[in-house]
Design a protein around this ligand. Sequence first.
Ligand SMILES: *Cc1c(COP(=O)(O)O)cnc(C)c1O
Length: 391
Amino acid sequence: MTDIARRVQNLPPYLFARIEQLIEQKKSEGVDVISLGIGDPDEPTPEHICREAARQINVRENHQYPSSAGMLAYRSAVADWYARRFGVWVDPKNEVVSLIGSKEGIAHISWCFVDPGDTVLVPDPGYPVYAGGTILAGGNIHCLPLLPENDYLPRLEDIPSDTARKAKILFLNYPNNPTAAVTREGFFDEVVRFAREYDILVCHDAAYIDVSFEGYRPPSFLEIQGAKEVGIEFGSVSKPYNMTGWRCGWAVGNKHAIEVLGRLKSNIDSGVFQAVQYAAIAGLNGSQQCVSRINGVYRKRRDMALAALGEIGWDITPTKATFYLWLKVPKGFTSESFAEHLIDRAGVVVTPGTGYGNYGAGYFRISLTLSDALLQEALKRLKSTLGRVSF
Ligand SMILES: *Cc1c(COP(=O)(O)O)cnc(C)c1O
């Protein structure tokens, strides 16, 4: 067999191999393993969205190749949603491109702007695709530590200026996976100034912009004056409308960056199935009651988890957004050993923080995307296995 290309060899090893193995072993022993590990909405896609997709499946024109950039109707629905939701105006003709889920665009953006040897600023802990796309493009990763004492925001002033000068892209993600942190007033303004000074493309991953609680409304990066000159924002219907399986997202913002991403993509894929684009339009243009309802479900689960974890010894500030909780590992454990301990003793899967980068060490993530009953059962098991923890 031919050798594997270096760009693929250079991808980080799959970190969860040992945990997967343990899960399989437990299952074969007859344990009903409960996973708090996967960030994938458990509830179905809202009915009105499915109905529109079913209708569009029978329309002949939808059976052919879609346009690579997305139907204008789709791009207009995204632009209208930005206007309504954030008061941000983007031109659907040249400031919006469709994506096969935002993950696809995040992975490809480095191919557009990063040459071998260029630097990319990557938050750590962070969604692994920022690093993966950078490695595939031959770029060098400069980690931006996200630390609790900085509310999980990177300190731009700590980036050495020679590194900043070599940087082509800055990835950001608020509300944040895995930490559930949100941005603070003024931070995005600092980002715009920084990106201007060093000529860096800001890529804001807004996957969780519509997953929030108790009236908190996460801002769009594009709300900031000058943001469109330096950046783009990624989003999708996956998280707010329970549509992770449909693969439909967008990038919005800087005209040049959107054009280049579209140009690259037209050489790789042929767009998103039009029936799926129509389903996404139905989601974006329809009543947003389904989003509030889904957020209500996560909020209730968050409160269940906070109460139970509080009894075990975790003192957690209630999260404002995302369906994750980012928790400290108890004394005597590493991220991995704690995750293994929980599978072994409780039949409960959590994600070790190191899966998101070196700065995730000492933490683990749980996801609230499982039924109330299963979550309750998992929490009960944690309590009986752990008793009371200290740090
Ligand atoms: C889920 C997720 C995405 C990608 O979602 P798509 O389904 O590809 O749109 C992007 N970023 C983060 C941080 C996520 O958690």
